[in-house]
Design a protein around this ligand. Structure first.
Ligand SMILES: [Zn+2]
Ligand SMILES: [Zn+2]
Length: 134
């Protein structure tokens, strides 16, 4: 994947990309934790730099629900969206609503739109079940 994006293959890049692959929607701290299992004592800054390079190359997608830290995932290019649980913050993927970008029309905009980034908010099954038990 790195070679396909014309990025030099380095151990930190491979470790971070693997971590993002294996842990969809992970935040930076958990990615650092996973990368350290692989690389030993890699610095925060090094992981940030790699995440920035991977995001810029389009191998990783960064998104940030409100009141949350940035999240990363390796599922890119399919215009999928996210649903976030208001109670526990769990995040799940939602397929593109219409199947292709930009998914929604922006009536009245004179911009040429190519993407719509949608975050749905609600409650996850666990939190719904917890409320019903009470
Ligand atoms: Zn929840
Ligand atoms: Zn996702």
């Amino acid at each position: 994947m790195l070679r396909g994006a014309a990025l030099r293959v380095t151990r930190p890049r491979v470790a971070v990309l693997t971590a993002v692959h294996d842990h969809p929607h992970a935040d930076t701290d958990s990615i650092i934790g996973v990368a350290r299992e692989d690389l030993g004592d890699v610095s925060h800054q090094a992981v940030y730099d790699v995440l920035r390079a991977l995001t810029a190359a389009g191998l990783v997608r960064r998104f940030q629900p409100k009141d949350s830290v940035a999240r990363y995932e390796a599922r890119v290019g399919d215009n999928h969206h996210h649903v976030v649980c208001r109670s526990c913050g769990a995040i799940a993927d939602v397929d593109c609503v219409v199947g292709y970008a930009p998914c929604l029309t922006a009536d009245g905009s004179i911009y040429e739109i190519d993407e719509a980034e949608v975050i749905f908010w609600g409650r996850c099954p666990k939190c719904v079940a917890a409320i019903q038990v009470k």
